[in-house]
Design a protein around this ligand. Structure first.
Ligand SMILES: O=P(O)(O)O[C@H]1O[C@H](CO)[C@@H](O)[C@H]1O
Ligand SMILES: O=c1cc[nH]c(=O)[nH]1
Length: 243
């Protein structure tokens, strides 16, 4: 018998085997509203947790806050509570001109430019999404035919959002074809590999993140809201499709 998860404050008996995760607690509430029989099951710190049903299958929706260390606590406790499939419904900044604001990115793997995972695994350990989850996200996106551009490929995870005096080599990763940058995918992919969860991530592009393409950061635009709504429905379809 597993006890109450200490940071999420969820009773594992209440936790479905499938979880949608996202940074923003308010986004978790909005995603939960899409579910049938939606209920709030716990609220502690940045971790707000709901459960309900999507097409008759139980799904949890849990917010993990900003940044890998806090998110890692969430992912570890979800694994401990018995979650087997986990999909992040996030936002990201684009590195590539053709990955325009308002489009979606399905992450197949993430470059480990965070500090958290290097305290978990050696440097060469890959941060990779589960192939079945990636396929399920691609299939769900095609079926929903939202009209939004959907790209699949490598993303990058950073700890910093606002830069300091150190020059981050954005250009290098842009040249290497990295699609977008965000702050939690590496923690999700590495922890899921270690704990036997199948993980994936879909990201709504809210602007350009590369220094040369940088526009004023505003995650509250209509195009981002629309992309988040679309990715939430895609992720829900995908998570119930994965065995
Ligand atoms: O919108 P979420 O899911 O929080 O994701 C992105 O947005 C936050 C930064 O604004 C970071 O958490 C980053 O990964
Ligand atoms: O980490 C993030 C998230 C959204 N947009 C960005 O530019 N960076």
């Amino acid at each position: 018998m597993i006890e109450m998860l200490p940071n999420l404050k969820i009773d594992p008996e209440q936790l479905p085997k499938r979880a949608i995760v996202c940074g923003d607690p308010k986004r978790a509430a909005r995603i939960a509203e899409l579910l049938e029989e939606s209920t709030l099951i716990a609220e502690n710190r940045e971790y707000h947790s709901y459960k309900g049903k999507w097409n008759g299958t139980e799904v949890a929706v849990v917010s993990h806050g900003v940044g890998s260390p806090g998110a890692a606590v969430c992912f570890e406790e979800l694994a401990k509570g018995g979650v087997k499939t986990i999909i992040r419904v996030g936002t990201a900044g684009s590195y590539q001109k053709e990955v325009e604001p308002g489009s979606l990115v399905i992450s197949s793997a993430a470059v480990r430019q965070d500090g958290l995972t290097s305290q978990l695994v050696p440097p060469g350990f890959p941060a990779v999404a589960n192939r079945r989850v990636v396929d399920a996200l691609v299939t769900a996106a095609e079926k929903q035919n939202t009209g939004l551009h959907v790209a699949e490929g490598i993303t990058l995870t950073l700890d910093v959002f606002y830069s300091g005096v150190v020059d981050f080599p954005h250009k290098l990763y842009q040249k290497a074809g990295v699609l977008a940058v965000e702050m939690e995918n590496t923690a999700l992919f590495v922890i899921s590999s270690l704990r036997g969860m199948k993980a994936g991530s879909i990201l709504a592009i809210d602007g350009y993140a590369d220094a040369d393409l940088l526009e004023t950061y505003d995650p509250h635009t209509d195009f981002t809201r629309k992309a988040i709504e679309a990715e939430a429905r895609i992720a829900l379809d995908a998570i119930v499709a994965v065995e």
